[in-house]
Write a new protein. Structure first.
Length: 230
């Protein structure tokens, strides 16, 4: 299947992975690419300058033999900073003479407040979908019937798995591939192969030693799959 990537930044070198069949491709300077796919395959588009996009192949995509996607630029926004006085360059002096004051919070005024982990956007949406007021709360009932609650739970699980995989890649990838060589072009595909395993979270979330052993086991399976495809 041929495809075309549209984006507001450079579209060359975008990594395209068929998570279902474990095939991959890379876009050219015009954003064009070719990858094998069938109905209901999940295609993942990743690049440093863009947000990761998950796309499920539909019947119409197969009929057209074409897959066109629009990638959203990843923007890391920073708060604006205004300087209303000149600084001396001496950090100690500047801190001592600063007139800035911390924001007032519930500790300062003596009222109870939430002290737990801040919820992600998906977790907040799930909380809203599963709660409601009144004698008979309608939100949980409606969202359960429409499947929204189930979709939000799946989204949270995917985000948690992505965060876990990102941490493990940072912690283990260098040492792992030193002792268990694999061509660099297969690294991204291998990590998605690991994440796809139903036991990924239970085997890798406790400590890095267990995760390292799990990676080793999955690498044997991955190399076997590669040899069969070749």
């Amino acid at each position: 299947m041929s495809g075309l990537i549209d984006g507001d930044d450079d579209v060359e070198g975008v990594h395209i992975l068929n998570k279902t069949s474990l095939t991959n491709a890379t876009s050219d300077v015009k954003g064009a690419f070719t990858i094998s796919a069938k109905v209901n395959d999940t295609i993942i588009f990743t690049a440093i300058q863009y947000k990761t996009l998950f796309r499920v192949v539909t019947d119409s995509d197969i009929a057209l033999k074409s897959l066109q996607v629009k990638l959203e630029v990843f923007v890391n926004e920073l708060d604006e900073v205004y300087l209303d006085r000149s600084l001396s360059g001496n950090l100690t002096d500047d801190v001592l003479t600063s007139t800035a004051k911390p924001k007032i919070n519930f500790y300062d005024v003596g009222i109870p407040g939430y002290k737990g982990k801040q919820k992600t956007q998906s977790e907040r949406r799930l909380f809203e979908a599963a709660t409601g007021g009144g004698i008979i709360p309608l939100n949980p009932i409606i969202n359960a019937i429409t499947g929204r609650t189930k979709r939000l739970k799946a989204q949270i699980q995917l985000e948690n798995d992505d965060a876990l995989l990102a941490r493990l890649k940072d912690d283990l990838s260098i040492d792992f591939f030193k002792t268990h060589p694999l061509e660099e072009k297969h690294h991204v595909e291998f990590f998605y192969f690991v994440q796809e395993d139903p036991d990924f979270r239970s085997k890798c979330s406790k400590n890095n030693l267990d995760a390292f052993a799990f990676f080793k086991k999955k690498l044997e399976q991955y190399k076997l799959n590669l040899s069969e495809k070749e």
